[in-house]
Design a protein around this ligand. Structure first.
Ligand code: GDP
Ligand code: IMO
Ligand code: MG
Length: 431
């Protein structure tokens, strides 16, 4: 473990996702014993590059890439068993063992069912011009059913086969009426769904556990835990740029309920931010560069979605947004990623404020109508040239890059302790 992090650590995104959380969780997992996913579902895509190979996880914690780590999928996740088993089979095929010895899933985790995916896609297609741009993985409808309660299915329910059959029958009958009227969808076949999910339940059974108890036991026995945040603060259902958000409490604030973790068990909150901004799907994005700058960043940063391959929208670093995320989540350390992508630009712009209806806004407003109307106030810094991925000490970076990092640190309001300058584990500088 890098010396600056004693105790348990939560890794979270400070922007709109895809900040490189996967790479940093993998890096920190070197001396961890347990890695926990606590929110979201197969809408996440976390990439780790190892010795030139690329590994993408959607539901599995990235601790799966290292031996001797217990990986927990906690209650706050929405689990698509079909996606999970495809992922497990893929990792096993690549030589990474996945078994109940290194993966446990909470019995309280909610299950993404075929009707959730159908509804997600149908709602998106029906809301022309107003769509959220979801990943269509059924995330929103599954969390909605979690709140509705009577129409939800949890991992624990999959193994009670008679009850499962009855509930799937009832829910399908209900959904078929609604889907026909609202979206003119063909009816769901309850029997086929039941048989598929019963079989998923049988395969899942050995992995099912009380993950909250597992992590409390691990903590009490002095093991190190890394909480792998998915998505990011600005996509959080309460604190993000609503309604263009995901449907979970995916900021650090959701960690305790999502993981079933006592609040005093986490000491470090590591916020991950890229050296610029990106966003996938709809919603306001004040510093977006829908021009040559945006294309330059997209191509150099390979800014295409890990989950949907959609081109990510790219823009300048937004210090207003990041400062909000840092404060909200009690960030103790920042890791700046993808700094190498900015090499070759003559000048870099940083948004240090917003103008709204002629005057300067005091702080960030996670409100669509305000944010869609703000005009960013920019500060300009000189750029640098050359490939910086080979640098192994912060001081080896071009002077302009060091100045840029130090300026972001002041604006963000927390110390930048790590700087990532390439996708490989080794391309990580500690300050
Ligand atoms: P996550 O969702 O936050 O885990 O991020 P993603 O994996 O979706 O997207 C981050 C992408 O950037 C991945 O393809 C990583 O391999 C890559 N990456 C991470 N850190 C760096 C970096 O410092 N430089 C470069 N060039 N790529 C990076
Ligand atoms: P990681 O963990 C980037 C976005 C979607 C969409 C909105 C709602 O890889 O950083 P959803 O399918 O969740 O209902 O879609 O949220 N979104 C993400 N964008 N990275 C992610 O995860 C995301 N997870 C959800 O693009 O705009
Ligand atoms: Mg991602």
């Amino acid at each position: 473990m890098i010396p600056l992090l004693q105790g348990n650590t939560c890794v979270v995104g400070l922007q709109w996702g895809d900040e490189g959380k996967g790479k940093i969780v993998d890096f920190l997992a070197e001396s961890a014993d347990v890695v926990v996913r606590y929110c979201g579902g197969a809408n996440a895509g976390h990439t780790v590059r190892l010795n030139g190979n690329k590994y993408s996880t959607h539901l599995l914690p990235v601790g799966i890439l290292r031996p001797n780590i217990l990986n927990l999928i906690a209650n706050g996740v929405v689990l698509d068993p079909d996606a999970l088993f495809k992922e497990i089979d893929q990792f096993i095929g690549q030589g990474f063992p996945v078994s109940p010895a290194n993966l446990r899933i909470s019995y309280k985790t909610h299950v993404v069912m075929p009707w959730h995916k159908a509804e997600d896609a149908a709602r998106e297609s029906a809301s022309e011009g107003n769509s959220i741009g979801t990943t269509r993985r059924g995330i929103g409808p599954c969390y909605a059913d979690k709140m509705h309660r009577t129409t939800a299915i949890r991992v624990a329910d999959l193994v009670h086969e008679e009850t499962l059959q009855r509930r799937i029958g009832q829910i399908c009958a209900d959904r078929n009426k609604v889907f026909k009227v609202l979206y003119d969808l063909p009816p769901l076949d309850w029997k086929e769904i039941f048989e598929t999910y019963r079989d998923f339940g049988r395969r899942l059974q050995p992995f099912v556990d009380d993950t909250s108890q597992r992590l409390i036991d691990a903590w009490k026995s002095g093991q190190r835990i890394v909480f792998e945040g998915a998505h990011a603060a600005l996509l959080d259902i309460d604190h993000g740029t609503y309604p263009y958000v995901t449907s979970s409490s995916c900021s650090a604030l959701g960690l305790y309920t999502g993981a079933g973790a006592p609040p005093n068990c986490v000491q470090n909150f590591v916020g991950i931010m890229k050296a610029y901004s990106t966003r996938v799907g709809g919603g306001p994005f004040p510093t977006e560069q829908d021009n040559n700058i945006g294309s330059y960043i997209r191509e150099r940063g390979n800014e295409y979605g890990t989950t949907t391959r959609r081109p990510r929208r790219c823009g300048w670093f937004d210090a207003m947004a990041v400062k909000y995320s840092v404060q909200l989540q009690g960030i103790t350390h920042i890791c700046l990623t993808l700094l190498d992508v900015l090499s070759g630009l003559e000048h870099l712009q940083i948004c240090t404020g917003y103008k709204y209806k002629g005057s300067r806004l005091e702080g960030f407003r996670a409100d669509m109508d305000t944010l869609a109307d703000v005009e960013p106030i920019y500060e300009t810094l000189p750029g640098w040239n050359g490939n910086i991925t080979g640098c192994r000490r912060f001081e080896e970076l071009p002077k302009e890059a060091q100045i840029y990092v130090k300026r972001l640190e002041i604006l963000a309001g927390a110390p930048i302790k790590m700087v990532s300058i390439g996708a490989e584990r080794s391309a990580t500088l500690i300050r």
